[in-house]
Design a protein around this ligand. Structure first.
Ligand code: NDP
Length: 282
């Protein structure tokens, strides 16, 4: 049996094994997908093992998506664009880094919302997922405003976006006043922090006393609970909001396609994800 692994920490809560194992099963592949708790210092030995044991591929999750970049042999253009890797393909011992988060996010967003040709997208956070989201939105031609807790991480991301996409990017500090200062032509607010994720589901990235920009839509990368506090606030404010499950599914389907060279069985993957989420919310 061939192994595909998820490397990161924490990974116990991840639904990627459910989605990928369902896909391997319906495709008749004798493959299994396994989450391996991996700290930064354990990453290089895990990659050596991947080469030695000929694992076809891996996913990389927080907090290792940027750490893994210099440890790989080659980067696919999708990873160069984002400077972060969430998918590794083992090409005969040569480890190739890809990023399917960015396209996965954009595809899911476009499936639910007609992305306008211009306007401002506000992204909360400046980590690996924020990088993928920002890159995808800059590619759509949107102006980006980052609100992030670590000013240095936000500054580096903003510079990368200006260099790679010639994007217009602003950075605001993680203080209440920043949320009240959002430009009027804001069309989208994306939560790319873990705030609101179960079990800490009473947390929210958006200060409850600050109104959301009228006319914007909200996308929360967090997908447990079913409706996050942030999404609930958007709904109560009369705004459309989208949960992160769609991105999870699409980035996973794209990873599957990179590893296997086959079209992903999205319908069955979606059904497996849906069942797992229902069990979690029961
Ligand atoms: P990272 O650890 O790389 O980045 C997290 C970001 O959130 C950083 O900017 C971090 O700030 C910020 N942050 C964390 N805690 C707080 C806090 N208490 N207050 C303010 N800012 C905070 O993680 P990822 O970018 O990989 O993932 C972020 C979230 O997105 C996770 O919940 C992850 O599960 C989800 N995700 C969902 C996907 C999907 O398919 N739906 C795909 C990828 C991720 P700092 O740098 O200061 O620590």
């Amino acid at each position: 049996m061939k192994r595909v692994v998820l490397l990161g920490s924490p990974v116990a809560h991840s639904l990627s094994p459910v989605i990928q194992n369902a896909a391997f099963q319906v495709s008749g592949l004798d493959w299994c997908y396994e989450a391996i708790e991996t700290e930064a210092e354990e990453l290089e030995p895990a990659l050596d093992r991947m080469r030695a044991e000929a694992w076809p591929g891996a996913n990389v999750t927080l907090p290792l998506k940027e750490t893994v970049v210099p440890l790989l042999d080659v980067l696919d253009p999708s990873a160069v664009e984002v400077s972060a890797v969430n998918t590794i393909v083992n090409d005969g011992g040569r480890l190739v880094g890809h990023n399917t988060d960015s396209l996965g996010f954009v595809r899911d967003l476009r499936a639910h919302w007609q992305v306008p040709a211009d306007g401002v997208a506000v992204i909360l956070g400046a980590g690996g997922a924020a990088r993928a989201v920002a890159s995808g939105l800059a590619r759509q031609g949107l102006e980006i405003v980052l609100i992030a807790r670590s000013p240095e991480r936000a500054r580096v991301l903003a510079e990368d976006l200006r260099r790679t996409h010639a994007a217009k990017v602003g950075v605001l500090p993680w203080i209440g006043a920043s949320f009240a200062q959002i430009p009027e032509h804001c069309v989208l607010v994306v939560n790319a922090t873990p705030l609101g994720m179960a079990p800490a589901d009473q947390d929210t990235p958006w200060p409850p006393e600050v109104p959301l920009p009228p006319g914007a839509v909200v996308y929360d990368l967090v997908y447990t609970p079913k409706e996050t506090r942030f999404q609930q606030y958007a709904r109560q404010s009369g705004l459309q909001s989208m949960p992160g499950g769609g991105m999870l599914l699409e980035q996973g389907a794209l990873s599957y396609e990179r590893w296997t060279g086959r079209r992903a069985p999205r319908r069955q993957m979606r059904a497996a994800l849906h069942r797992a989420l229902e069990r979690l919310h029961a």
